[in-house]
Design a protein around this ligand. Structure first.
Ligand SMILES: Nc1nc2c(c(=O)[nH]1)N[C@H]1C(S)=C(S)[C@@H](COP(=O)(O)O)O[C@H]1N2
Ligand SMILES: [Mo]
Length: 324
């Protein structure tokens, strides 16, 4: 894989997170997902046709927020068609269009989330329970991928802090680990050693408890499309997109900092913190600018993805070059 020049204004310049792989592995991984694609386009959905009649997104349902958060940006949301058709979800392949073609094999109902570890009241909640117990908000957030592209997405979700408090984290709970479903039957990308499956992520407890941190169950007024991490995924808008882990089944409160999937495969390139920072380049490309999907000219990337006012204090006194 050649690394494109950072200023070439083409979508093809986007540097895949997989360039750490050797070419052979990469090609194998890509070919392994060559199963029958669902050819029905989600564009139909974007045009307002009921997805139940389309078949490509059979599990999405209308979902109404009780409020729109004041934490929302007023920037124009990225069209739904782009949000669904351009996505990273390596459990279904490493191409941006693999999730929309292959994620239909994921079964999202029934689904349970296990909360374990350093909590006084460990427990399991289904998606209906979560929707019944916690107020659903709409939050329009920027999402900046480490590869150099960004989107604005109208998420529907609940506060992760409120969710975690229900399980009563103990004084040992210094970090939170998140795990995606492990099931190579449903997630064919897990048959290849691209990452050490299941996908794992982690946050420090104060990051997890921050009011911006969202446990998302939907976008654009409907439940989450499978491509985007149905039925439940994390959204941490001041961090690179890879922290926003999809299709979560386990949340573990821990005393020690958990290992994350991308640290595990390339710790010199992807750190635990992964805060968006235009001044700290990735070892193989600059992070100073980004392409908003759907736009031609590049934008400057903002410190903490523009959320510095809300989150900079979490990192007071930390060397952000060391803790990248
Ligand atoms: N389980 C899992 N979660 C994941 C990924 C993945 O491959 N597997 N990709 C991450 C990356 S690199 C990005 S940029 C975002 C993309 O989210 P989106 O498709 O909603 O834009 O999901 C993140 N969450
Ligand atoms: Mo990403």
């Amino acid at each position: 894989m050649s690394i494109p020049h950072p200023d070439t204004p083409l979508p093809s310049e986007i540097t895949p997170e997989t360039t750490y792989l050797n070419r052979r592995q990469f090609i194998q991984a890509t070919l392994s997902t060559a199963i029958i694609a669902n050819t029905l386009s989600t564009a139909t959905w974007a045009k307002g046709i009921d997805p139940h009649s389309v078949g490509s997104l059979p599990t999405t349902q209308p979902l109404s927020p009780t409020s729109t958060s004041l934490l929302s940006t007023d920037e124009a949301p990225t069209p739904l068609e782009k949000v669904v058709n351009f996505s990273n979800f390596y459990e279904f392949g490493t191409d941006k269009t693999d999730p929309v073609n292959y994620a239909h094999s994921l079964k999202v109902d029934p689904w349970q989330v296990n909360v374990v570890g350093a909590v006084a009241k460990p427990g399991v909640l289904g998606i209906e329970d979560i929707l019944r117990l916690f107020p659903l908000e709409e939050r329009i957030y920027r999402l900046r991928c480490v590869e150099g592209w960004s989107m604005v997405i109208p998420w529907l979700g609940i506060s992760l802090a409120q969710f975690l408090k229900r399980f009563q984290p103990t004084s040992q709970a210094k970090f939170v680990q998140f795990l995606t479903l492990l099931d190579p039957q449903q997630m064919p990308g897990q048959r290849r050693p691209i990452l050490n499956w299941p996908y794992q992520e982690g946050l420090r407890i104060d990051e997890a408890m921050h009011p911006l941190t969202l446990l998302s169950l939907g976008l654009y007024g409907r439940t989450l499309p499978k491509e985007n991490g149905a039925p439940l995924r994390l959204v941490v808008p001041w961090k690179y997109g890879f922290k926003s882990i999809k299709s979560i089944v386990t949340i573990r409160l821990m005393e020690k900092q958990p290992l994350t999937s991308w640290e595990e495969v390339a710790s010199s390139e992807y750190g635990f913190y992964a805060n968006v920072n235009p001044e700290v380049p990735h070892p193989r490309w600059s992070q100073a600018r980004e392409r908003r999907i759907g736009e031609f000219a590049k934008r400057d990337t903002l410190l903490f993805n523009g959320y510095a006012e809300q989150v900079a204090s979490l990192y007071h006194g930390m060397d952000l070059r060391k803790y990248y």
